[in-house]
Design a protein around this ligand. Structure first.
Ligand SMILES: Cc1ncc(COP(=O)(O)O)c(C=O)c1O
Length: 367
């Protein structure tokens, strides 16, 4: 027996997600539609592509560990100092580092029941104790999160706005009131992976004076760069400096940095993706209505398609997979009455609609 730490010995042998590649290996064939991981099937900006291709020619050099150019551009974009921007290999990596900065074994951490599992994975990996607050009406329940925070005095509180897996959002004024009430000693991780797709009233203005609030953003969603693994935190300079003590300095690769910088300069591309996603969300709502189902109103690049019960959703997910369609679903009730479907380009939406129209009668018959 290897001398693993007690924390590692106690961890379950799980990964946060079964990847679509593993499903393809299990099925022995490629997926026809990959609409389960909230990736952007619109691809990347042509400018990002060009920059990434050019960066390949320099890939024999280490990347700039300070990420100077990209952090400078992000600072200008958000009206903050470069010292208030930290890069990471996606929000996922930053979440792990943030947990490491603040949570010791046994410390309390608060999140929502059914919320983004990668955060939980990091918390458990550091031996901290998760307290999970149920959603209310398909939204993260800010008053209940606050009550829990007052009760358990967590080091960290996690909120995604908009959230995954339901795609709902909190208004900026609700968040502002929530932040004002946070108990002392609690750092709020505000995960804004999907903020580009959200309506104007979801956008909480930045307030860098509030050192206890960390904003997390990514190039994985609207910018379409999930496989490049690049995201960032907007946070107080003392927190960014602390991240420098623990981060993997060469972890955000040269090609990703170049692509993100170019994508940041292509607002038109991102606006067009957001426009098409909005169109697609409306189409999926109509498709659901046509089939006697509902979608949860979404502020993200995916929709939660409500099929009535967890059992039905699991069944539909399996049937879709048999037809080569990869979707995911929330892990806990009552959210698990939905399947979660990424909104992609028009041709993909039509292809999904066709499969759903074909398989739904079969699902109804099986009941
Ligand atoms: C709420 C939320 N946060 C973070 C991520 C991951 O972001 P990244 O690709 O930047 O690690 C996801 C991806 O699905 C997400 O849903």
């Amino acid at each position: 027996m290897l001398p693993f730490t007690p924390i590692v010995r106690a961890l379950p042998p799980t990964v946060p997600f079964v990847p679509p590649e593993a499903l393809e290996r299990q099925q022995g064939q490629p997926l026809a539609l990959r609409v389960g991981a909230n990736e952007s099937n619109f691809g990347i900006s042509p400018r990002a592509r060009q920059a990434m291709v050019e960066a390949v020619d320099q890939v024999h050099w280490y990347n700039d560990p300070e990420g100077y150019e990209l952090r400078s551009a992000l600072a200008v974009r958000h009206g903050v100092a470069r010292e208030e921007v930290a890069l990471g290999a996606g929000i996922d990596e930053l979440l792990g580092l943030l947990v490491r900065l603040f949570a010791e074994p046994g410390d309390a951490v608060v999140t929502s029941l059914g919320a983004y599992p990668t955060f939980n994975y990091h918390v458990e990996g550091h031996g901290a104790v998760l307290h999970k607050v149920p959603y209310r009406a398909d939204r993260e329940d800010l008053p209940a999160l606050l009550a829990k925070a007052r009760q358990v005095r967590p080091k960290l509180l996690y909120v995604a706005n908009p959230d995954n897996p339901m795609g709902t959002y909190q208004r900026a004024d609700e968040l502002r009131d929530f932040i004002a009430e946070l108990p002392p000693g609690c750092v709020l991780l505000l995960d804004e992976a999907y903020i580009d797709f959200a309506p104007a009233d979801a956008h909480l203005p930045l307030d860098m004076e509030r050192a206890e609030v960390v904003r997390l953003r990514t190039f994985s969603k609207a910018h379409g760069m999930a496989g490049a693994r690049i995201g960032y935190a907007l946070a107080h300079c003392s927190l960014v400096a602390a991240l420098d003590k623990v981060r993997n300095h060469f972890g955000v690769n040269r090609i990703a940095q170049a692509g993100a910088l170019a994508s940041l300069g292509d607002d038109e591309f991102v606006r067009e993706v957001v426009r098409q996603v909005d169109q697609g969300r409306r189409e999926y709502a109509m498709l659901a209505a046509e089939l006697g189902l509902k979608t949860v109103p979404s502020a993200t690049n995916f929709v939660a398609l409500d099929v009535g019960s967890g059992e039905r959703a699991r069944c539909l997910m399996q049937v879709l997979l048999q037809h080569g369609v990869f979707v995911r679903m929330p892990g806990v009730a009552p959210l698990d009455r939905c399947i979660r479907l990424t909104v992609g380009p028009a041709a993909e939406r039509q292809a999904f609609a066709k499969v759903l129209r074909d398989v739904l009668p079969q699902l109804n018959e099986d009941e």
